[in-house]
Design a protein around this ligand. Structure first.
Ligand code: ZN
Length: 279
């Protein structure tokens, strides 16, 4: 009798775990992942790293020297079928396939469709949220955690960054025109930062809070670069395509374009600039 009771009790425990444990995991992984805060991250944050609040003043999307010249390298441009596919994808996903770069300003009427992420520390586009949660949860299952350093940035914020750099350069004796020209070599003008769409994220690996190319050496970053397209993200500024994007390699900067476009870009090894050439 006692043995039967014992078996029954174990049975009930297993049943309850079967019901509750998946719920706990589903809640736990996305929540932890999206907050990007783990003991390891906090340890790293207290070391020789930039304070999280100051990430927005970092020179992200730094223009690369040289002229952008996507046409000759855009092999897909000559393929009618690929062009047709690109147009079809674009028609369905216009809002998330917006192109923002040095030549292409974001329209002031653009609706970023924002929602808070990371416990309200940042805002990002609602379009990317479910994919982001899934991606970070899956990365977490592979043992990788991250810190989202920057997401949406307002046009006003971008302008403030520029004004501040111009002011500092003028204090060093430069004329306004020279100060502005120097600033634009390092920072995108207001209206030209992809962060203004809410679709761009700067994701750093736990244990390395430096927003530089050392991220590319991290296993967590390699995982993101290899898998992000499955969740609708692209590495927006790849190392080999600086002359096409016009921006220096940024292994930390991901851009949401939706799964259909991300898989298409991945299959044909195209940047967003080249995709737009197909339209
Ligand atoms: Zn960025």
């Amino acid at each position: 009798m006692r043995k039967k009771t014992c078996i029954l009790a174990i049975g009930i425990i297993l049943l309850l775990e079967g019901i509750f444990l998946p719920c706990v995991l589903l809640n736990k992984f996305p929540a932890n992942a999206i907050n990007g805060i783990t003991a390891e991250t906090q340890k790293a944050a207290s070391a020789n790293v930039i304070a999280a609040d100051n990430y927005d003043s970092i020179k992200d999307n730094q223009p690369a020297a040289g002229t952008r010249n996507p046409t000759p390298q855009n092999k897909a441009a000559g393929n009618k079928k690929i062009r047709k596919q690109a147009k079809k994808i674009y028609r369905k996903n216009k809002q998330i396939l917006v192109l923002v770069n040095a030549d292409h300003a974001l329209e002031e009427s653009y609706q970023a469709n924002l929602r808070p992420i990371c416990n309200g520390r940042l805002n990002a586009s609602d379009y990317l949220y479910p994919s982001l949660v899934k991606m970070l949860a899956d990365a977490s299952e592979s043992g990788f955690t991250y810190w989202i350093a920057s997401a949406w940035r307002s046009r006003e914020k971008q302008q403030k960054l520029i004004d501040e750099d111009v002011r500092i350069a003028m204090q060093k004796g430069l004329s306004y025109d020279d100060a502005l020209s120097d600033t634009y070599k390092e920072t995108m003008p207001a209206g030209h930062s992809e962060h203004e769409t809410g679709l761009a994220l700067d994701i750093l690996c736990s244990g390395n809070m430096n927003m530089d190319t050392s991220q590319a050496e991290e296993a967590g970053n390699i995982w993101l670069r290899e898998n992000c397209f499955l969740y609708g993200f692209i590495l927006r500024y790849p190392e080999e395509q600086e002359t096409i994007t016009g921006v220096h390699y940024e292994p930390w900067h991901l851009r949401y374009v939706g799964t259909e476009a991300a898989k298409f870009l991945h299959r044909h090894n195209l940047t967003l600039e080249e995709f737009w050439q197909l339209l």
